[in-house]
Design a protein around this ligand. Structure first.
Ligand SMILES: NC(=O)c1ccc[n+]([C@@H]2O[C@H](COP(=O)([O-])OP(=O)(O)OC[C@H]3O[C@@H](n4cnc5c(N)ncnc54)[C@H](O)[C@@H]3O)[C@@H](O)[C@H]2O)c1
Length: 364
């Protein structure tokens, strides 16, 4: 098999991580980078063509595939340009900033039949695949509910260096909860409705610092989620899994999946059940630790993208699926603002059909 020629648009925080993984990967050749800061980026990657304009990079380097790691606001236009040229792409999350943009991108992807993958990298963790498998194989019986927390304390500097993070769209719902919602959709099933409440009591910024969401899943499972970026806890997926050095490992579980025959903690994969299948609150509930290996999710994501581009695997997350995660996340923010229960089914259908809902709030 010939190597896949690949370009990267946006060599910022995550773009540079992708470039590092691409250069270490035996099946990809990095043929070009596009970044508006072409001089600075060029100095970091001697020998690789770096262009200011992504269209020029596509013209000059002619990559077979592209990773789009630009700011959210231009995800759609870059994806549309790639699709029109027949270039397969991996789009960083969120798939786009608005539902209208997601709908336009999806239309162009379909017209040109390009292969896509959205960069919700958590889907590539072995622990995530394992918990999904255990739930789907009914290891804990019928899934009755899920209870989850994402709570960490972001230091003042985080807001000082990027004041947009203090404004609506820059808070824990659209920055952090979007990953958790994608994880829940992948492991538990489709979210069909959400209700939520939020507060800015800790920091007094225009954006929320804390939120609570109630999620209804297809099949009837009920989920509750507490999210805060102004509370100290070991309960975030980042800390539990230990996927990045900047978020020190806790190994603690922030998720509890609760079924008719047992429960499962994530990411520790502790399985709780009653001996001899005897379901009775007067009898002890015992635990056993299941096992899943740890892989670098960005490398696993790149391996999967290779297989998607080669046509040997179905994409784990197409643009349409990424748009569903965006719909559910935007709806949590909207529900917290309006105190309404929001049914998502019509919105999923509208984006899939190429028209979009009235909800045009931006994801940051
Ligand atoms: N999956 C993850 O773990 C993860 C982590 C961080 C960020 N992200 C996502 O990745 C994307 C980038 O985030 P980031 O934190 O790396 O941002 P960043 O600001 O660090 O990097 C963005 C880069 O894009 C460049 N850029 C801006 N406009 C451009 C244009 N028109 N053409 C080409 N390049 C342009 C900037 O110069 C910068 O180098 C966002 O969508 C973000 O949500 C994903």
């Amino acid at each position: 098999m010939a190597n896949i020629s690949i370009g990267v648009v946006g060599a910022g925080l995550i773009g540079r991580k992708h470039i590092m993984k691409i250069r270490e990967h035996p099946d990809f050749d990095l043929v070009g980078i596009a970044d508006v800061n072409s001089e600075g980026v060029s100095a970091q990657y001697p020998g690789v063509p770096v262009l200011r304009d992504y269209r020029e990079m596509l013209d000059v380097a002619r990559p077979q595939a592209v990773i789009i790691a630009s700011p959210n606001q231009i995800h759609a236009e870059i994806g549309i340009e790639c699709a029109r040229r027949g270039v397969d792409f991996l789009m960083e999350k969120p798939v786009t900033d608005t539902l209208a943009a997601a709908s336009a991108l999806l239309g162009e992807v379909r017209r040109n039949n390009v292969r896509t993958l959205v960069g919700h990298h958590r889907r590539h963790h072995e622990q995530v695949k394992a918990v999904r498998r255990y739930i789907h194989d009914n290891v804990i019986g019928n899934l009755v509910g899920v209870s989850a927390i994402w709570a960490a304390y972001k230091p003042d500097k985080y807001f000082e260096i990027a004041p947009w993070r203090t404004q609506p769209g820059g808070g824990p719902i659209l920055i952090n909860l979007i990953h958790e919602i994608d994880f829940l959709r992948y492991t538990t099933g489709e979210i069909v409705a959400v209700s939520a409440t939020s507060s800015n009591r800790q920091r007094n910024f225009p954006v929320e610092d804390t939120a609570g969401a109630l999620m209804e899943f297809e099949g009837g499972c009920i989920g509750t989620f507490f999210a805060s970026d102004s509370a100290v806890s070991p309960w975030t997926t980042e800390q539990g899994v230990g996927e990045a050095a900047e978020f020190p490992f806790s190994g603690e579980s922030s998720y509890r999946f609760i079924g008719s025959q047992g429960s499962l903690e994530f990411p520790s994969l502790v399985h709780w059940s009653q001996a001899d299948g005897d379901q009775n609150w007067n009898k002890p509930v015992i635990s056993q630790r299941l096992f899943a290996s740890f892989v670098d999710p960005y490398v696993a994501q790149l391996d999967h993208f290779r297989d998607v581009v080669c046509g040997t695997e179905q994409s784990l997350q197409t643009v349409e699926d990424g748009a569903r995660t965006l719909i559910a996340t935007l709806a949590v923010a909207e529900a917290a603002q309006t105190a309404n229960r929001i049914d998502l089914r019509e919105r999923y259908e509208a984006v899939a059909a190429g028209s979009h809902s009235n909800t045009t709030r931006k994801a940051s």
